[in-house]
Write a protein that binds this ligand. Structure first.
Ligand SMILES: Nc1ncnc2c1ncn2[C@@H]1O[C@H](COP(=O)(O)OP(=O)(O)OP(=O)(O)O)[C@@H](O)[C@H]1O
Ligand SMILES: [Mg+2]
Length: 259
C-alpha cells in the first residue's frame, strides 16, 4: 500500500502546492511511483501540472460518486513517474454537498481511493490540501497515514501549525486512528535572518523535534519554474532548490519507512 501523505497547513500561501509538486518530482527521481492529488478548489497544482483539460474525471467527481471507475481519474503528467488526479473550481460545490455536515462522510476520500485498484502500485500519494479549515482538510487527514506541515518561519505560520496539529488530533480521535504528524518543513527559509532562526527553534519545540533537517530556501527559481509550469527539480535540476527537495525526499523516505 502507498504511504498517503497530506501536505497541509491551515494558513494559505506557505508553499504547500510547491512542496507537493517538487517533493513528488524528487521522489519520482528516486524511482518511486507517486500519485499527486489536488484537493484545493484553487486548482493551482492542476494548473502547474499543465495537463490538457479534457473530459476526464476529477477529484470532485470521485467525492460525489466514489463508486464509479476511479482509475479513469488518474492522469499522466509531463513529469516522469508522476501521476495525478486534478481538481477544478467545482470542487467547492462538491465540498458543500459532501462535507456539510461532515459526520460519516469524513472517510469519503479514503473510500474513493480504496476503490482505485492500482492504488496499490504507488509508493506515495501526496495530497495538496487547502489553506483553510473545513471539510476538505478533514477528508484529507481522514484518508492519510501521515501529515507534512509546510510553514514559513513567521509567527502567523506557526499559528497555522498549531491549528493543523489540533485538527490532526481531532481526526485521529474521530475518524482515522492511524494518522500522525510526519513533521514540519520550513519553506522560503532565509538562514541568515535571526528572527527566522528563532521561529525555527520555536517550531522544533512545538512538533517535539519532528522538524525536517531539510529546509527549502527562498529562491526565485521556484517562481521561474512555476512560470514554465514545471517542477523546479525538472526545470533546474542542478539548482540549490532542486537539491533541497532531494534532501527532503530522502528524509521523507526515512520517516515513511517505504522499503
Ligand atoms: N521556496 C520558495 N522560494 C520562493 N518563492 C516560493 C517558495 N515556495 C513557494 N514560493 C512562492 O510562494 C507562493 C505561494 O506558494 P504556493 O502556491 O506553493 O503556496 P500554497 O500554500 O499552496 O498557497 P495557497 O494557499 O494559495 O494554496 C507562490 O507564488 C510560490 O511561487
Ligand atoms: Mg496551494
Amino acid at each position: 500500500m502507498p504511504v498517503i501523505l497530506a501536505i497541509a497547513n491551515q494558513k494559505g500561501g506557505v508553499g504547500r502546492t510547491t512542496v507537493t509538486l517538487n517533493l513528488g518530482a524528487a521522489l519520482a527521481e528516486r524511482e518511486r511511483r507517486v500519485l499527486l492529488i489536488d484537493l484545493n478548489p484553487q486548482a493551482d497544482l492542476s494548473f502547474l501540472l499543465n495537463i490538457e483539460s479534457g473530459a476526464h474525471r476529477m477529484i470532485q467527481d470521485l467525492l460525489l460518486k466514489p463508486g464509479e471507475d476511479n482509475s479513469a481519474a488518474i492522469l499522466q503528467t509531463q513529469e516522469k513517474g508522476l501521476n495525478a488526479i486534478t481538481a477544478s473550481r467545482e470542487l467547492v460545490l462538491a465540498e458543500q454537498e459532501v462535507c456539510n455536515p461532515i459526520g460519516q462522510r469524513a472517510t469519503v476520500l479514503s473510500t474513493a481511493l480504496a476503490r482505485i485498484p492500482e492504488i496499490h502500485s504507488y509508493h506515495y500519494v501526496l495530497i495538496d490540501c487547502p489553506g483553510r479549515l473545513g471539510g476538505l482538510n478533514t477528508i484529507a487527514l481522514a484518508a492519510s497515514d501521515q501529515v507534512l506541515v509546510v510553514l514559513r518561519a513567521t509567527n502567523t505560520s506557526v499559528i497555522g501549525l498549531e491549528r493543523t496539529q489540533d485538527e490532526v488530533e481531532h481526526v485521529r480521535q474521530h475518524y482515522n486512528p492511524r494518522v500522525k504528524m510526519m513533521g514540519a518543513l520550513l519553506n522560503q527559509y532565509q538562514k541568515r535572518a535571526p528572527s527566522e532562526a528563532r521561529v525555527r527553534d520555536d517550531v522544533k519545540l512545538k512538533v517535539n523535534g519532528a522538524l525536517f533537517e531539510a529546509v527549502i530556501s527562498f529562491t526565485n527559481q521556484v517562481e521561474k519554474a512555476e512560470v514554465a509550469r514545471c517542477s523546479v527539480v525538472r526545470w533546474a535540476p542542478k539548482s540549490k532548490a532542486a537539491n533541497e527537495f532531494r534532501t527532503l525526499a530522502e528524509e521523507v523516505e526515512a520517516r515513511a519507512h517505504v522499503s
